[in-house]
Every structure is written in structure tokens, then in C-alpha cells.
Design a protein around this ligand. Structure first.
Ligand code: NDP
Length: 291
């Protein structure tokens, strides 16, 4: 028989996790703050716990997926004693510092803590594109890896419990800026009556092709050597200034593109117009970080 697992939180994610654990043959106990969300899961074989304490005591592995950092404390603080000696895998979205705070809290209570970030929507859980990022207790990751891989691919980034969240939010930052960029382009096309769906047919292959060029700029960013013989910042400034004028002419809001222009303008004003676009990194990086 497979090892028992407890799932705390039966939102869309917790329910998806429970289905995968049950499908993988793990006896699964579930708990949710508001009762009544476990009917379908109990019909599929899950055990419903009447209290969170009962849920925690049912398994050595406790998977937590609540709303945010605060809700994790609200739920777990009262059962810290019952969690002692058990493994907590917290897949609630938290900032890196919040994850580190939870790891320290767990350590203080003798709880083995692994933090994680979910690069997937609930319907993707258990399917190949779902990726889950982990950091914190290596012991928990090694011991429960096979169960965690039922949810999606599992990558471990080290003992710093905040690192998985940092990756998670860094990836999401890139994603949000891409979606904002799509909205900006779609707004430009709206001025000519082109529907977003039609624009998307062009945008998807273009952005996909451009994403493939990201690695070409990483050496410059990592070494700080931005010399280039192709497109300079001066070239990119002319392009982005023209996009800004075209956007204004089309009546499109500049909120998405203006920060990009500002990053370029700052490097050009500092005398780096002959260097590569990747130099905008210098205007973003934390000043106190390692080189
Ligand atoms: P839902 O809104 O569907 O569920 C939230 C869950 O948190 C509910 O079970 C809710 O319980 C519980 N909860 C909220 N506050 C408390 C509290 N104070 N004490 C106890 N339980 C509480 O969210 P999801 O399942 O979609 O998301 C869960 C986590 O996963 C979030 O951190 C989210 O950022 C992350 N995530 C979600 C993704 C998605 O696409 N949905 C993608 C990637 C990450 P109740 O029923 O009682 O309200």
C-alpha cells in the first residue's frame, strides 16, 4: 500500500491534488475550513476529517494549499503540536520571505518543511505540462518525491525555502509582462478594427519565436559586458519611440509600453546607446545583490 497523505484546503488546487493522490493509490485524508467541499472526493475514496487535528494525525505527509501566507498560519498554528515530526509540503503561493518565515516557524516546532510553487492551473495538475517547483527540506523532497510527481514534474532548488517561490514569481513576472504586451498590441489593432483573435494568430508564433532568442542575451546579463555589433540601444530607442508615437496616434494607453521606454531612455541617457538592449537589466537589478 502507498503512504497516506493529508490534503489541507479543498480549493480548486487542493481538490485536483486529492484526485491525483487517490489515483496514485495513496490513502488520502482531506480537510477544508468550510465544510461541504469534499463530497466528490469522498465518493472517489478520500477520507473526510472532521477537524484539522484529525486530518493532520492521519498522515506523515501533510500537503497544504490555502489562499495565502496568513491563511496557512491561521490553519496550522493551532495544530503545530500535532504536526511535530511530520512533513509539511506547502504549495500555497507565498512570497520568498513568507516561505522562509514559515520554514523557520516549522523548524521551531520540529516540523519538516518543504515549500513549493505551482506552475499550472488546476485542470493541468497531473498532466505533463504541469511543473511544480520545490525548495526547503531535501529529506521531504527525496522521501515523498514519487507522490509529489503525481501532481506534475517536480524540481528541487535547495534548502532555502524561499527559492521555489522566487522562481515561481520571477516566471510569473515574465508571463504578466508578456500578456500586458499582448493587450497593448491588441489595443493597437483595435484602432483598425482587427479582432484580438485575429491578432493572436500572428502574436503567438511571433512571441514564441522571440522567446527562443532569450538565451542569446544571458551571457551579457551575467558578465555585464553589453557590447554588441547587432541591434544597439540607440536602434531600440528609435523603434520603441516609434511604437509609442504609433500607439498615441491610435489612441492606445501608454501604461504598458512606457516603462519599457523609460528603461531604454535611462541607459541611453547614461551614455550606453551603443550597447545592447539587454543593458536595461542594469536599471532593474538589486544594487546589493551578488554580481
Ligand atoms: P481557491 O480560492 O479555490 O481555494 C482557497 C482555499 O483556501 C479554500 O480551500 C479556502 O477555504 C482556503 N482558505 C482561505 N483562507 C483560509 C483560512 N484563513 N484558513 C483555512 N483555509 C483557508 O484557491 P486555489 O485552490 O485555486 O489556490 C490555492 C493556492 O494555490 C493559492 O495560494 C494560489 O495562489 C495557488 N495557485 C493557484 C493557481 C490556480 O490557477 N488556481 C495556480 C498556481 C498557484 P474555504 O473553502 O473555507 O474558503
Amino acid at each position: 500500500p502507498r503512504s497516506p497523505i493529508t490534503v489541507l484546503g479543498l480549493g480548486a488546487m487542493g481538490r485536483a491534488f486529492t484526485r491525483e493522490f487517490l489515483g496514485g493509490g495513496h490513502p488520502t485524508t482531506v480537510w477544508n475550513r468550510t465544510p461541504g467541499k469534499d463530497g466528490e472526493l469522498v465518493a472517489a475514496g478520500a477520507a473526510a476529517a472532521a477537524t484539522i487535528g484529525e486530518a493532520v494525525r492521519a498522515s506523515r505527509l501533510v500537503v497544504v494549499c490555502l489562499l495565502d501566507h496568513r491563511s496557512v498560519h491561521e490553519a496550522l498554528d493551532p495544530v503545530a503540536g500535532a504536526l511535530e515530526g511530520r512533513a509539511v509540503v506547502n504549495l500555497t503561493s507565498t512570497t520568498p520571505d513568507e516561505a522562509r518565515e514559515l520554514a523557520a516557524w516549522a523548524k521551531g516546532h520540529g516540523i519538516d518543511y518543504l515549500d513549493g510553487g505551482i506552475m499550472a492551473t488546476p485542470d493541468m495538475i497531473g498532466q505533463p505540462p504541469a511543473s511544480l517547483l520545490y525548495s526547503g527540506s531535501r529529506t521531504v523532497f527525496d522521501e515523498h518525491g514519487p507522490a509529489l510527481r503525481l501532481l506534475g514534474s517536480a524540481d528541487y532548488f535547495g534548502e532555502d525555502a524561499g527559492l521555489a517561490s522566487l522562481y515561481d514569481f520571477a516566471l510569473l513576472a515574465g508571463m504578466y509582462l508578456m500578456f500586458a504586451g499582448f493587450s497593448h498590441g491588441a489595443a493597437m489593432m483595435r484602432s483598425a478594427g482587427v479582432p484580438a483573435a485575429e491578432f493572436a494568430e500572428r502574436a503567438v508564433p511571433w512571441l514564441t519565436a522571440m522567446a527562443q532568442t532569450i538565451p542569446f542575451g544571458t551571457t551579457a546579463v551575467d558578465t555585464g559586458d553589453y557590447t554588441t555589433d547587432v541591434q544597439s540601444l540607440d536602434f531600440n530607442k528609435a523603434a520603441v519611440d516609434a511604437i509609442v508615437r504609433a500607439s498615441r496616434d491610435a489612441g492606445v494607453g501608454l501604461d504598458a509600453i512606457a516603462p519599457v521606454k523609460a528603461l531604454i531612455d535611462r541607459q541611453v541617457a547614461d551614455g550606453h546607446g551603443a550597447e545592447s538592449f539587454n543593458r536595461i537589466f542594469e536599471g532593474l537589478k538589486p544594487v546589493s545583490a551578488p554580481p
